[in-house]
Ligand binder design. Structure first.
Ligand code: AMP
Length: 657
């Protein structure tokens, strides 16, 4: 094997280990062996600088430096937009005038996702980057590797190919994610495009993997060896290599092309991705070279943009929802209407001013719009259709759930219910308490909360901890097992710790971030309760409004009582994890091996990380301790050889004394 071959082999091997380590979270090699491979590759690259290249794993510190800048050798160009069929015809006329002979076009959907360029070497996927500004993007290889449909190996591809495509979140995945978020009362993702962008920019590939992104490819940016003559052949080549290729159709005459553009718009719901237009591309690659590009986009393509879909429907009712802090949100009930792939039956009306400014009345015909998958919006009222008896909407001045007065502070758009005992607020607060980001009580969603409240089984979160399986057994939809499960889930939530408890209380202004900051600084609810306002505002990230809101809550009889009863019910009100940077194992690395008696490996690992330590899977000179149970094998031998201290479980315990 010559040096060149060895370098190629090393790169491939290192990439495989990177994949196992970063994506599968299942290291396939020991640290020092990995280091040796990288060292050897570095040495060879130093000896053959002409062979070094920017995609080599050695160019990335510690394997993959996610999001490091990547220069695109062939820029990822933009597209010129057209908005009418006339403009599209004018584009065709310009192309025909500039080129001799017949002209063919390829029509593709314009996928509303994120453009990426993928590099394959010797048939292996080596790296991928976002478009960025077209010239420089970001390395997102670690997340692209989680895409199920992106092949890691190509069949029969030339030595080096760079292909371009669009990463998208399938609409079905997007809807499922939003349904989950809605159930948990979390803010909804605006549209699949943003959701895909956010997922691709996750540092943690596991999170990206859960988002189930997909990809379609639509261009060869660069390749070694002979090029095809046409775009359709390029697409066929990509498909033959095994890449998922964009759906496409070829046209030689303008009228059928225009028809197809319109049809694609009418059937856009049928595609798994969101599409916001149709791209018309010259098929001939030599023809493309003749036409060239302007500063921002090629002259040989045009993107026809579809307007966001709008429909008229009747607004049959306006209802009011009361949130957990008492805010009243009006919602429109609509006669069902199909819009951008889903049936729309309601839309938010935001607040009193929104309704007044648009003069929206029950019985009106309204224009609704859904750009992409964004939550439907009411654009306007069709006044010509207004029924003679429609009256201006009067925003309620008492809470529809409890009858307490509704107040709207000067300068605020939100109106609030002032009822201390409001059942709607109570239900929302309970659902929030149990939600995933808070106490994470599995099986206690909004519907179950409503059931418990309706039966008078609970009033406050503290009541949850008094529930017994027998209380739940005769609830509709509950069997013995589900009752047991719910009680077990409630019990488990006792141990969530201070930061989650603080957030779960639903104190106005005290969100997840503030809860973490407070928990880490004070360590216990008792310490927070006795903290002066100044001690709270002194913390980074805690502003005066948050501090005042927190103090007001803690000093209120209801707040104090709830906390007392939660603590009495055995809910932990101290931080689950001490400040990690100050932990007793800060800066130390442990390796676990063999069968432990007193702990599971997970428990031992958690105790170590809770004290600021790190758990590694392989032994090296950098290892601080090896914790060895029975039947410890090669890691123990290695620790002894390297002189790394070996601990029994008893020794381990003494570290905590
Ligand atoms: P714009 O960003 O509006 O200039 O539109 C250009 C973008 O459309 C490119 O960056 C691509 O990401 C995207 N795009 C989606 N589908 C296609 C396609 N079939 N051909 C070319 N570009 C596409």
């Amino acid at each position: 094997m010559d040096d060149r071959q060895e370098m190629a082999r090393l790169r491939e091997e290192i990439e495989t280990h990177n994949h196992a380590y970063y994506v599968l979270d299942n290291p396939s090699i020991q640290d020092h062996e990995y280091d040796a491979l990288v060292r050897r590759l570095r040495m060879l690259e130093a000896a053959h600088p002409e062979e070094a290249h920017p995609d080599s794993p050695t160019a990335r510190v510690g394997g993959r430096a996610a999001f490091s800048p990547v220069r695109h050798a062939v820029p990822l160009e933009s597209l010129n937009d057209v908005f009418t069929l006339e403009e599209l015809s004018a584009f065709d006329a310009r192309v025909r005038a500039a080129l001799p002979g017949p002209v063919a076009y390829v029509l593709e959907p314009k996928v509303d996702g994120l453009s990426v360029a993928l590099t394959y070497e010797d048939g292996r996927f080596v790296s991928g980057a976002t478009r960025g500004d077209g010239v420089t993007g970001e390395d997102v290889t670690h997340n692209l590797l989680t895409l199920q449909t992106l092949p890691e190996a190509l069949r029969g591809a030339p030595a080096r190919v760079v292909v371009r495509g669009e990463v998208f979140m399938p609409k079905a995945v997007f809807r499922a994610l939003n349904a989950e978020r809605e159930a948990r009362e979390e803010p909804l993702l605006a549209n699949p495009r943003n959701a895909a962008a956010g997922s691709l920019r996750q540092l943690d590939p596991e999170v990206a993997a859960r988002r189930r992104l997909d990809i379609v490819l639509f261009n060869i940016q660069d390749m070694s060896g002979p090029w095809p003559e046409t775009h359709r052949e390029a697409l066929a080549l990509m498909a033959a290599w095994g890449l998922p290729v964009i759906p496409h159709t070829v046209f030689t005459a303008l009228p059928p092309l225009l028809d197809a553009v319109v049809r694609l718009g009418d059937t856009r719901e049928e595609h798994p991705f969101d599409l916001d237009g149709a791209v018309v591309k010259l098929d001939s690659l030599p023809g493309r070279r003749l036409l060239g590009s302007t500063a921002r986009a090629p002259r040989w393509a045009a993107a026809y943009k579809y307007p966001p879909e709008q429909k008229e429907t009747r607004l049959t009712d306006i209802t009011i929802q009361v949130g957990r802090t008492g805010v009243l949100t009006p919602r429109a009930t609509l006669a069902p209407v199909r819009l951008a792939g889903t049936t729309v039956t309601n839309a938010t009306l935001h607040n009193e001013d929104f309704i007044r400014d648009k003069d929206i009345r029950v019985g009106d015909t309204v224009v609704v719009q859904k750009a992409g998958e964004i939550i439907p919006e009411i654009l306007s009222v069709t006044l010509s259709q207004r029924p003679a008896d429609a009256v201006p909407y009067v925003f309620p001045d008492v809470c529809p759930a409890c009858g307490a007065a509704v107040v709207r502070e000067e300068g605020e758009s939100a109106a609030r219910c002032t009822g201390a005992e409001c059942p709607a607020q109570r239900a929302r607060r309970l659902a929030h308490f149990a939600s995933r980001g808070a106490m994470d009580i599995e099986g206690l969603g909004p519907a179950t909360v409503d059931l418990l409240l309706a039966r008078g089984l609970v009033k406050t979160p503290a009541d949850l901890y008094r529930l017994a399986p027998a209380d739940l057994a005769d609830l509709p939809g509950f069997a013995e097992k589900s009752a047991l499960n719910l009680v077990a889930a409630i019990d488990a939530s006792r141990q969530r710790g201070l930061e989650r408890l603080l957030f779960a209380l639903g104190i106005p202004q005290v969100g997840q971030k503030a809860s973490v900051v407070l928990a880490q600084h004070f360590g216990s609810l008792a310490a927070i309760r006795s903290a002066a306002l100044e001690a709270l505002t002194a913390l980074r990230d805690i502003g005066p409004a948050t501090a005042e809101s927190l103090r007001r809550y803690l000093d209120s009889p209801q707040g104090a009582h709830l906390i007392d009863t939660l603590e009495a019910a055995g809910v932990r009100s101290t931080a689950a994890q001490p400040l990690v940077s100050g932990g007793r194992f800060a800066g130390q690395t442990f390796v676990l091996t063999g069968t432990l008696q007193r702990h599971t490996r997970d428990q031992a690992a958690r105790r170590i990380t809770a004290e600021g330590g790190r758990v590694s899977s392989s032994v090296s000179e950098r290892t601080s301790y090896v914790l060895a149970g029975e039947k410890a094998g090669s890691k123990l031998t290695k620790a002894e050889a390297l002189g790394v201290p070996v601990l029994t479980e008893e020794d381990f315990e003494t570290l905590f004394l």
